[in-house]
Design a protein around this ligand. Sequence first.
Ligand SMILES: *Cc1c(COP(=O)(O)O)cnc(C)c1O
Length: 395
Amino acid sequence: MSEDWNARTRAVHGGTRRSQYGEVSEAIFLTQGFVYDSAEAAAQRFEEAGEDEFIYARYGNPTVRMFEERIALLEGAEDGFATASGMAAVSGALTSMLKAGDRVVSSRALFGSCLYVLEEVLTRYGVEVEFVDGTDLDQWRAAITPGTRAVFFESISNPTLEVVDIAAVSELAHAVGATVLVDNVFSTPVFSNAIAQGADVVIYSATKHIDGQGRALGGIILGTRDFIRKTVEPYMKHTGGSMSPFTAWVMLKGLETMDLRVRAQAAGALQLAEALQGHGALARVIYPGHASHAQHDLVQRQLGGKGGTVLSLDLAGGQAAAFGFLNALTIPVISNNLGDAKSILTHPATTTHQRLPQDQKDALGIRPGLVRMSVGIEDADDLVADVLQALEKAV
Ligand SMILES: *Cc1c(COP(=O)(O)O)cnc(C)c1O
């Protein structure tokens, strides 16, 4: 049974639904609607749709359902709802469960669009949002007051790769009855144990490691069957943020190779972090999987010592050195995605985090010399050599 399978088996076979043709590769059911055998059957299905009965692709679709079941099995969640993008998942999970007057506590170091949803959208509808330093348990303790409805954070922050203690924050949240929602992208579905550690809802942008080959946008909300089917599904199916069948097929095929890719990428990231320690051009090398990371003990407990596929480098020469470094690289590309098979570098201060006021950039450690490197599946020796030659040219 699929419940007894280990992760890599689940990622290849979990949730498979074969048609009468017995196809090996999952079928793409590129249809928005479904035909009913009779008027009575249509009425019956609208009353209550069974496991393998679908109504309209905004509500659900066999290919999308395969993806939802496969990733839910992998994460150890009861159920999942697939969305059109990672942001449809973040905004859908939060908006579906919150109402005016609710209080949310969130870490401050967030992906820009997540910050926009919490700071600009939810507050417009009367939700109270308080931001804390995600690494400071005292700040969480003070902010998670009785009556707090939800707690939100990215388990590893972007781009400074600070780790939030899922077990400790979940304990504080559960003591007041709050729901814990974790944006888990940087931890990856391969190294995550977020639900076992206390998270109630785990959210991924499937655009990152799940696709892993830069093709499609997607997202997934994972949680209890009750939360997914009674809170998330009614909201998502009526507001329109569902995943398309074609995207679900891309993501299913992505899941099959994700473990191999992500482990190779993490090994490459660790090799780079090792090779760059103490380099004269670098003020800091940040990688959660390296012993030099400030929260290495927490990384051991929470991620089995695995630091994910992203490392950040702070060039001592500031923005000029960072730009010189990016321009001198020959293998990685300059772009803003992450988790891809191709290594990708970003200068957060002038791109992904450009709009943040300077005082917030300072508070989040987004310094002028900081570059984020998402490590791909290229040969790690080639990447180390390329990074070293580019650092040489940058200063
Ligand atoms: C990319 C990302 C998102 C948004 O995902 P999209 O698929 O681009 O909508 C949300 N949170 C984190 C941490 C991300 O890296």
